[in-house]
Design a protein around this ligand. Structure first.
Ligand code: FAD
Length: 446
């Protein structure tokens, strides 16, 4: 009997296999499609590869600010695609090498749980002390007229485009919708972003959302909030999208419709009912140790529906391994940083003002335009907003601006350590760096 079988080799599964093996457990990892899962093959990594192409295009558009003349530039999308694919295959190889080095058994096939100690794959039964379900998620589609037309796509399809479309309607202005809008807008697509709720990026801090919307609009993205997407039709030889905003019907001609209306858990054909594993439409129900209602069967990452982010999946797995080993890690799952890779980047951690409503909190903001390094970079859009509780302990940090994706980790550490702002004020930040937006923001609390 081995120690652990993991079903699904996304960032939850493969990172956990590595971690468990490093801690001396005997591990088998089962993957039915591609090592790396959604994140590496159809999510985080290919989108960020494209994001950096888009960032270079954006920088070229502003290059005259630096006194440099680039009269003409051209984008070869074949090379863009090839670069993206090379990054993905290099990363897959790195994972396979690590798994092999650590002695993790990797099996290609669909894992099926027979009981809390038996998993079947390719007709063979593996006996195990523990099982982790890490089967991820899939795009959730809403039903609408025209959903079967060839112009309608999801976030996986868009990554295999052979060039960027001229006109694109994106339905859903969550993280994926906004990232795709920002990327393809820089390539040259005319983007119409349609969101049912009052504002784009619904769960984010209210000031961040507002600023993001203004900046995206300034970049040329058309945004329709409080708008219901109705249908897509082929009229003569043109695709027409219909939306309804405040009772008014609007129509757009389009070449591409990207549905980014959320993701739902993928139970991977595992018969949860017969095993007695509790779940709902958000995902498999787990306790604080990520254990399901059946002892020794755990569910990590997107499939437990708590927060669909790659690093959350990974840390779920670390939590499970530490639990199996009886060396509990103190991971704070209410402090998971998250990033939106648009122009500029957005990064958040901890509480929003809405969540703190009714408590005695204070906020302070600091603008990137007063930071010298940001001005040198010509990236002065944005601000950092910090929130402290009644004991002056940092509880939330919301950043929209250059390098937000890296800056957020300083705030994450501070929140984890319950740092009081007066203690934070003692920490020296080098000059001139973007990180000074954080120290300046903290100094602003009196
Ligand atoms: P997955 O990565 O989905 O992996 C699950 C694996 O399980 C798959 O490989 C699947 O084939 C396999 N599987 C399923 N059933 C079985 C079975 N029965 N037997 C064997 N194998 C099985 N997150 C971020 O943190 N940052 C980002 O920048 C980011 N960008 C994203 C961009 C896009 C376009 C998308 C779609 C997602 C993005 N995400 C991002 C989310 C991130 O991809 C997911 O949170 C992450 O992949 C979840 O990891 P996981 O291990 O839970 O599942």
């Amino acid at each position: 009997m081995i120690d652990l079988v993991i079903i699904g080799a996304g960032p939850g599964g493969f990172d956990t296999a590595i971690n468990a093996s490093e801690h001396g457990l005997e591990v088998t990892l089962i993957e039915r499609h591609k090592v790396g899962g959604t994140c590496l093959n159809y999510g985080c990594i290919p989108t960020k590869a494209l994001y950096h192409n888009a960032k270079h295009i954006k920088d070229l558009k502003d290059i005259d600010t630096f006194g440099i003349n680039v009269l003409e530039y051209d984008v070869d999308y074949d090379i863009v695609k090839e670069r993206k694919e090379t990054i993905v295959s290099n990363q897959i190889r790195n994972i396979q090498t690590s798994l092999k080095k650590l002695g993790v058994t990797l099996i290609e096939g669909e894992g099926k749980i027979l009981s809390a100690s038996e998993v079947e794959v390719n007709g063979e039964i593996i006996e195990t002390k523990n099982i982790i379900i890490a089967t991820g998620s899939k795009p959730s589609m809403i039903s609408f007229e025209g959903s079967d037309l060839e112009v309608v796509h999801n976030s996986k399809d868009i990554l295999s485009l052979s060039t960027w479309p001229k006109n694109m309607v994106i339905v859903g202005a969550g993280v994926i919708g906004c990232e795709m809008a920002s990327i393809f807008n820089q390539f040259g697509s005319n983007i119409t972003l349609v969101e049912y709720q009052d504002e784009i990026l619904p769960p984010l801090d209210k000031d961040i959302k507002k600023r993001a919307r203004n900046l995206y609009k300034r970049q040329g993205i058309d945004i329709y909030t409080k708008s219901a997407f109705k249908k897509v039709e082929l009229v003569e030889d043109k695709y027409i999208v219909t939306i309804e905003q405040k009772g008014k019907v609007k129509e757009f001609e389009t070449d591409y419709v990207l549905m980014s209306t959320g993701r739902s858990p993928n139970f991977g054909n595992i018969d949860l009912d017969s095993l007695g594993i509790e779940y709902n439409k958000q995902g498999i129900t787990v306790d604080e140790f990520k254990e399901t209602s059946v002892k020794n069967i755990y569910a990590i990452g997107d499939v437990n529906g708590e927060l669909m982010l790659a690093h959350k999946a990974t840390y779920d797995g670390y939590k499970v391994v530490s639990h199996i080993l009886g060396k509990e890690m103190d991971i704070k799952f209410d402090q998971v940083p998250s990033v939106v890779f648009t122009f500029p980047e957005i990064a958040i951690v901890g509480k929003t003002e809405d969540e703190l409503d009714g408590t005695n909190y204070r906020t302070n903001k600091f603008l990137f335009k007063t930071n010298a390094k940001a001005e040198c970079l010509n990236e002065t859009d944005g601000f950092v907003k910090m929130i402290v509780d009644e004991s002056d302990v940092l509880v939330g940090c919301h950043i929209i601006g250059a390098h937000a994706s890296d800056l957020i980790h300083e705030a994450t550490s501070m929140i984890y350590k319950n740092i009081n702002i007066n203690e934070y004020k003692n920490i020296i930040h080098a000059h001139p760096t973007i990180s000074e937006v954080l120290s300046e923001c903290i100094k602003g609390f009196h």
